[in-house]
Each structure stands twice: as C-alpha cells, then as structure tokens.
Design a protein around this ligand. Structure first.
Ligand code: MCA
Ligand code: AMP
Length: 503
C-alpha cells in the first residue's frame, strides 16, 4: 500500500487542527497541508512525472517542502532528498546517479549544478516556499486519488556516503516506512495531545521519516523550526511534549543557563539518535532537568532498529532493545551469533530493512547475509536482557553533529591537491559536534588549513571539510601498508581540547 494512503484519512479527519506550527510565519492546518499535497501532486503529474520516476530535491525546510515530499508519495514517484549544503560538484553526482525526471532546488542551486548535467528538467522552490513549482501548484486543482503502490515499491531513495567515497542510494519501500512509523508511534506511546518540537533538517531519515511520520500517523501538531537554534527551542519548549534531536542539540541546550527542569515542565520525552550520546551528556541532562534522554539507534538503510524503553529503565551508553518485529544479532565475521556481552558486528533483519542500493546490486549483495540479515558496519554487544551497546564502527566513518562524513571522499580530494603527497582523514572528539573532521597530511609547507579550505570550497559540503589540518612527515602504517587510523586518533585526539564541554 502507498504510505500516503495511511496519512490521507488522518489529515482529512484532523481538518482545521494544526499540522505545522511555524513561529514567525503562518501556521498550516492539516486541511491546508492536504490541499497543498493534492495541488503539488497535480503540478508534478502535469510536468509528466510518472510513478517510479525519481524526483531529486534539494530545498530549504519549509511547509511547502513537506507538501512536496508527500505529493511525490501520492503520485508514486520516488522522493530523493539531498542536503542543501552540497556543492554543485556533489550535486552533479546525484543527478547522474539518480537519473531524476526532475530536480527541484532554489534557483542559485540550479544555476550552479545544471551546467554539469545539462539535460535534467528543473523547477524551483525557494527558502520561502515560492518558485516555479509553487506557482504551478497554486493554479492546480488538487489531485484526488493516490496512485496505488505495492508494499515493496520504492518510496524514497536516501543517499548515504560509502566507504569507497561514492554515495549509495538506499531504496526504502512504502512498507519499510509504514512499518517503522507504526512501530515508533506505539513504542514511544504517541498521544493525541503530543506536540513535536522539530528542529532537524528534512533531507535525512531522522527529521523526515522518524519525526514527521509519528505526527502524521496521529494527526498531531509539529512545531516546525527552520533549523536548530537553542534560544528558539527554549521559547518553544513550554508548548511542546516531544523533542527528537542529535546529541549536539542536547549539549547546546545544556550550554543555556535558562535550560532547566522548569523549561521542560510540559515535555514528556527527549529522544536522541544519529550519533553516540555520551554518558556525560546523559548524566548532565538528568542532573539539570531530572529527565533521562531516550536514546535510539538507526541507519538510513534500516530506519530505526533499537530504542531504550518508554517506561522501563533508560541506560546511559546503551541504545536499548530491538524494536518489536526487528531481529538483532551480534555476529562474528562469518555471521555466527556471538554469546551475550561479546563484541561483534551488529546485524539486523526486519520489515524496516531497505531493499538495496539504487543501481548497485553487487554492493547490496555484499552487505546482506544469505539469511537476510543486513550488516550495519557498527560494532556492538548485547547483554542477557537484550540491551544493545554500540562500541565502535567497522566502517571508516566520522559522525559530526549527526552528519556522516566518509574519510575516503575527503582523502581522495586532498590527495589530488597541489603540495599534498598523501592524507588520512580522522574523526576527533569535539565538545559541540561529538566528533569533528581532522586531516593529517604529508605535504609541503605551503599546505595549511586556509589553503585546504580554499581548495575544498567548491568541491565539498562545508561540514565535511577538515576543521583542523595537521602536517606530518609520514603516516603510521601496519605491516600490510594500511594507514593506522587508530594510532592517528590517539595522537591527535585532543586537538579540540579547548572546546571544553559544559555541564
Ligand atoms: C554545521 N557545520 C558543521 C555541522 N553543521 N560542521 C560539522 N558537523 C556538522 N554537523 C558547520 C557549518 O558548515 C559552519 O561552518 C558552522 O558549522 C556553523 O554552521 P551552522 O549552519 O550555523 O550550523 P548549525 O546550524 O549550528 O548546525 C549544527 C547542527 C546541524 C544543528 C548540529 O549540523 C544539524 O542539524 N545536524 C543534524 C543532522 C541530522 O539530522 N542527522 C541525521 C542523519 P563554518 O562556520 O566554518 O562555515 S542520520 C539519520 O537520519 C539516521 C537514520 C539516524 O539514526 O537518525
Ligand atoms: P546514516 O546512515 O547517515 O543514517 O547513519 C547511520 C549511522 O549513525 C549508524 O550506522 C551508526 O553508526 C550511527 N548512529 C545512529 N544512531 C546512533 C546512536 N544512537 N549511537 C551511536 N551511533 C548511532
């Protein structure tokens, strides 16, 4: 079934009730959202978009962007959102890979990216929700019917960087999205009087699916902030009940002296994910507010896998139990289940696990076991009770403020930079972003942070660029000639030590 068929009756019944509360702007009721979805669906259909075709979307966070997402579902198109921080060079890759029937972005993005991919059809949608697509939708009659889709049909392609430096598009089906949304609503006890405080971007699984789908399945309101801003969150907390965020949200809130138990008086749930929540932040949050953050664990490929309990004990350092319907095992390299508390690869199987990587059947096969378990690339353990802990990553990945950065992608560019002989990119502890990107380079003395910044400016999204550049005479290697990143992380682990964490 098309997942939009689950939302539509909820939206219709909710009618004039608020869907998206937009501080400083106009609020959207569910009726308004439903109307915009229908009109945008007609506009897309008039542009010739067929079921199964990709719509590549790189737009700011606005209610119109949400309507566009839902309209793509409604017409059976495949929604492929990408980060607004990507440079034209990065977008060219997605245009080539996704082969979209339509690329929707603000005019400057289109002007920059399309000379690199001349044949793609484009429409604009700007930071205020205006643009050519909005104009087409404004004049349209709302499409009544939702295009039928089978459970296994792809609803969205979410790009996630690859260890080879090439992004892979994870194909999520209508059933993947629907089952995870229903599971999370039930597990987190979503209530009719819940108000979701939303400050995440809507081009990733966390902000788009995990957060919004809980509200959409229940017809409850979302306070829709354009981005994270600690002061704005403080203003909105008294009328909110649930916040979903990356750990940086919580460390930044703790930096605000006005953030205390009273500010959270109406909140029932603080949820964290996308990156490890440190035991220090968990404890500092509890001391300050009397609340325990509920940590959960997921991936673009699998949606949510585990969660700490709503009612039982939430433990620091644990991502909780397998969600209902999910199977999790800790396995050795051959896929054999390890005993309780042993550390191994985290493998998952269940209705939320994706279909495969777009256009990469070989890569898909490599990451699944014959019995259907998906190898996450995360390392962890599970205790007798079934609580999962993540202890590290087998994949070479840095998670900075909840955004993934694959070192290989940065290294490939740095290695091609004049003056650089070779490079190793690592993640180093950072009080604000959890981890931050550091480049260790074997290079001549002309190479410093400023010239790395200048070289990467048009090639790489800013958040992927190194926040420190260290010049060395040689990189440590093991007997096989492989760079020893763990040794580099030990040596340079304190380069951000002056960004002290606050309590
Ligand atoms: C911004 N900058 C960053 C990051 N964000 N650098 C490293 N890591 C980051 N995450 C840089 C900018 O380029 C800029 O650099 C400077 O920091 C300030 O930028 P600004 O836009 O003001 O930053 P911000 O608005 O304060 O953003 C920080 C943030 C944001 C709120 C932590 O990154 C964020 O919303 N992160 C959430 C990402 C997320 O949703 N992840 C979920 C994906 P300069 O000043 O040098 O120019 S994972 C997922 O979906 C899975 C399934 C899951 O489990 O949830
Ligand atoms: P992405 O593919 O961008 O969705 O990122 C998924 C990765 O984020 C996972 O494979 C984990 O490495 C990491 N991740 C998500 N949630 C958590 C968490 N609660 N604790 C530690 N790592 C997490």
């Amino acid at each position: 079934m098309n997942i939009y068929e689950r939302f539509d009756p909820v939206f219709e019944a909710a009618g004039a009730a608020p869907a998206l509360l937009c501080p400083g702007g106009q609020d959207w009721s569910y009726a308004r959202l439903r109307g915009a979805v229908g009109r945008t669906a007609t506009a897309l259909t008039n542009l010739g978009i067929e079921p199964g075709e990709r719509v590549l979307v790189q737009v700011e966070k606005t209610p119109q962007a949400v309507a566009l997402y839902l309209a793509c579902l409604k017409i059976g198109a495949i929604y492929a959102p990408i980060n607004t921080a990507y440079t034209a060079a990065e977008v060219a890759y997605f245009l080539d890979d996704a082969e979209p029937a339509l690329y929707i972005a603000a005019a400057p993005y289109i002007a920059a990216a399309t000379p690199l991919a001349t044949s793609v059809k484009t429409e604009t949608l700007d930071a205020n929700g205006n643009g050519s697509l909005a104009a087409l939708a404004a004049d349209a009659t709302a499409l009544a019917e939702t295009v039928p889709r089978a459970d296994d049909d792809t609803a969205a392609i979410v790009y996630t960087s690859g260890t080879t430096g090439r992004s892979k598009g994870a194909m999520l089906s209508h059933a993947n999205l629907a089952s995870n949304a229903a599971t999370l609503c039930a597990y987190w006890g979503w209530r009719d009087d819940d108000v979701l405080l939303h400050a995440l971007p809507v081009f990733h699984v966390h902000g788009l699916f995990v957060a919004l789908h809980c509200a959409f399945l229940t017809g409850t309101p979302t306070i829709f902030l354009p981005r994270f801003d600690a002061k704005a969150l403080l203003r909105e907390l008294p009328r909110s009940t649930v916040l979903m965020g990356v750990p940086t949200f919580y460390t930044r809130l703790l930096n605000e002296s006005a953030f205390n138990a009273d500010a959270c008086r109406n909140m029932r749930l603080f949820i964290s994910g996308s990156a490890p929540l440190t035991e220090q932040t968990f404890a500092a949050f509890e001391r300050r507010t009397g609340r325990r953050i509920l940590e959960r664990y997921g991936m673009s490929e699998t949606l949510m896998n585990t969660s700490n309990p709503l009612d039982g004990e939430r433990l620091a350092g644990s991502v909780g139990f397998a969600l209902p319907g999910m199977e999790i095992r800790i396995a050795d390299a051959a896929g054999r289940t390890l005993p309780a508390d042993a550390v191994g690869g985290i493998e998952v199987r269940g209705p939320n696990v994706f279909k495969g990587y777009w256009g990469m059947p070989e890569k898909t096969r490599e990451e699944f076991r014959a019995d259907g378990f998906f190898m996450t690339g995360d390392m962890g353990s599970m205790d007798e009770e079934g609580r999962v802990r993540i202890v590290g990553r087998a994949k070479d990945l840095v998670i900075s403020g909840g955004y993934n950065v694959y070192p290989k992608e940065v290294e490939t560019l740095l290695d091609a930079m004049p003056g650089v002989e070779e490079s190793a990119v690592i993640g180093v502890p950072h009080a604000d972003f959890g981890e931050a990107v550091v480049a260790v380079v074997v290079a001549d003395e002309t190479v410093d942070k400023a010239c790395v910044d200048a070289f990467l400016k048009d090639k790489l999204a800013r958040y992927k660029q190194p926040k420190q550049v260290v010049r060395v005479d040689g990189l440590p290697r093991n007997a096989m000639g492989k760079v020893q990143k763990a040794a580099l992380r030990d040596t340079y682990g304190d380069v951000f030590a002056d960004h002290a964490a606050s309590d």
